[in-house]
Write a protein that binds this ligand. Structure first.
Ligand SMILES: C[S@@+](CC[C@H](N)C(=O)[O-])C[C@H]1O[C@@H](n2cnc3c(N)ncnc32)[C@H](O)[C@@H]1O
Length: 221
């Protein structure tokens, strides 16, 4: 049986996905009142204003889709991942999926990072409600600092889902701990051309494919 489909995790996820959808509608309306879709995309990808951009989204889940969340669980299970790093935790919806996979793999460690303190608190509450908090360390602060120290010697799986302009620098921070077979899942891949250029280059040391729902799946060769 999968932790994902059993209470308390299954009940919690039903509630969190419903909240995520509601928060997304409210956030879309808030953004539409302020910016054109092009302006919003440019701000999301900006290396300068990302802190301000995400501060305005502190009440929004901005979560991966249900399909991507399930894919994360499947990839973590099938690769028998024991060490996972998540850039961009928000309210912890993706984190619950990844931590459930660690539990079903027999244990492990997930390091997440999030700079909005209220989101860190909510993500921790959700992980406690899921009975998964012993597997997860959420580092509060900017990933450029929090992921520059105390990483596991080997990282089995990475979720890239924070500020888009930082996917490439975060890749550089984490790469020394990758091994042959390390999986990278990048959400909102269409917004990260620099990152895509790195993982798709023929001599990059990765094989990489775009998947439905704006995701790039890469593997260290
Ligand atoms: C798209 S959401 C993450 C959603 C989450 N992975 C999920 O599926 O539930 C991105 C989150 O990353 C956080 N974030 C963005 N840039 C960050 C950075 N440089 N360091 C830490 N957190 C960051 C934002 O505050 C936001 O909550």
């Amino acid at each position: 049986m999968s932790t994902l489909t059993q209470p308390p995790v299954s009940d919690l996820l039903s509630r969190l996905f419903a909240e995520a959808e509601a928060s997304q509608s409210a956030y879309r309306a808030q953004m539409a009142a302020k910016y054109t879709p092009e302006e919003r995309k440019a701000r999301m990808a900006s290396a300068i204003g990302y802190r301000e951009f995400y501060a305005a989204a502190k009440d929004a889940y901005l979560a991966v889709s249900r399909e991507t969340a399930t894919l994360l669980y499947m990839l973590a299970r099938s690769s028998r991942a024991r060490t996972i790093v998540e850039f961009g935790t928000s309210f912890g919806l993706s984190t619950v999926h990844l931590a459930a996979a660690l539990k079903d793999n027999g244990g492990g460690r997930l390091i997440g990072t999030e700079f909005e303190p209220s989101k860190v608190a909510r993500a921790r509450e959700h992980l406690t409600a899921a009975g998964l908090s012993d597997l997860v360390e959420i580092r509060e602060g900017d990933a450029l600092q929090t992921l520059s120290r105390d990483l596991p010697a080997a990282i089995d799986l990475v979720l890239m889902d924070g500020a888009k302009a930082l996917y490439a620098p975060v890749l550089t921070l984490l790469a020394p701990a990758f091994h042959s077979g390390t999986l990278l899942v990048a959400d909102n891949a269409d917004s990260v051309p620099e990152y895509l250029a790195k993982v798709r280059a023929p001599d990059s040391g990765y094989v990489s494919v775009p998947l439905a729902d704006d995701v790039e799946l890469s593997m260290k060769v």
